[in-house]
Design a binder for this molecule. Structure first.
Ligand SMILES: C[S@@+](CC[C@H](N)C(=O)[O-])C[C@H]1O[C@@H](n2cnc3c(N)ncnc32)[C@H](O)[C@@H]1O
Length: 282
């Protein structure tokens, strides 16, 4: 292995190999415009491995399944925030939860399942859990859970820890911060940890959306936001139809602000932009 003095250059051919591998494994469509980004993100892997050229890296990648995971961790875009696209959490608070409470609030077994299907570093599933806790008075008597999955192992580790720098909490209203976060480092840069009562509602697991889904039960709500945008239409179409199957009747699918189901054949009812529902009766 050579020592790295300058940033290695990813040739078109090498980029093609990487992008078809990434597409094959996780559906992310790295078009030519992403070459520079891939070059800089993967250069970090080469630096860590003490390699100086992408040919050497590609050879290593071919024989090391763990490096495939690390490569995907390096290449994926994980931008997220608490209460991102707040209109979805308004809809959850004002429409979905009141409806579920009125339908199931008196059942002996009150089940509520929400899936954050590409949860990144945990801000989305924790926001969902906070809304559940805030809106359902007797939540302790419900069998309620948020499943948080992603392909990126580093992001999942951050999510599981539930610790965030203060700057990441700027979209959290002060009253919510006060109620659901503990300040664990009071000196600047301050750090906060999601309170145990919220953390216990969220289960993190690695899941590649393109592979089989091991969960047996169905969900009341699925969040798949700002992820399908990286997939091509056939992949989006397969995914949207699998989400339909995985939802309970009347269940809701939230997608990201720049995504739409236009051009995809599906059975969802359009509620408003980025919000879709499965029929109540089939
Ligand atoms: C931009 S983030 C979106 C996070 C969050 N849903 C939000 O809207 O704030 C996209 C996430 O999709 C994940 N991802 C990409 N391809 C995936 C796949 N095939 N299976 C599971 N997760 C995937 C990435 O690791 C990344 O964390």
């Amino acid at each position: 292995m050579g020592t790295l003095l300058t940033t290695p250059v990813l040739t078109d051919k090498q980029f093609e190999k990487i992008s078809s591998l990434v597409y094959e494994i996780c559906g992310i469509n790295l078009h030519v415009g992403k070459k520079q980004l891939a070059n800089s993100r993967l250069s970090k892997r080469l630096r860590i491995l003490g390699m100086s050229a992408f040919d050497e890296y590609l050879e290593y990648l071919a024989g090391n399944p763990q490096e495939v995971i690390d490569m995907l961790d390096a290449i994926s875009t994980n931008l997220t925030s608490f209460f991102r696209e707040p209109q979805h959490f308004d809809h959850l608070s004002k429409v979905i939860i009141p409806r579920l409470v009125s339908e199931r609030g008196r059942d002996a077994h009150r089940r509520l399942r929400i899936w954050s299907a590409a949860c990144s570093s945990g801000e989305e599933p924790y926001t969902i859990a906070i809304v559940m806790k805030r809106e359902i008075e007797d939540l302790d008597r419900w069998d309620a859970a948020v499943l948080a999955t992603d392909i990126n192992t580093r992001m999942l580790e951050t999510g599981k820890r539930g610790e965030y720098e203060e700057t990441r909490l700027k979209t959290v209203p002060p009253a919510v911060r006060q109620l659901y976060f503990d300040c664990i480092v009071p000196k600047k840069p301050r750090r906060y940890k999601v309170k145990p009562e919220i953390r216990k509602l969220v289960a993190f697991a690695r899941l590649n959306l393109l592979e089989d889904w091991p969960m047996r039960g169905k969900f009341d709500v699925i969040f798949c936001r700002n992820t399908m945008i990286y997939f091509d239409k056939p992949t989006q179409s397969r995914l949207v139809n699998r989400y339909y199957e995985k939802l309970n009747k009347g269940g809701t699918l939230f997608i990201g602000h720049s995504e739409s189901l236009t051009g995809i054949k599906h059975q969802f009812k359009y509620i408003k932009p980025t919000v879709y529902e499965k029929a109540r009766a089939e």
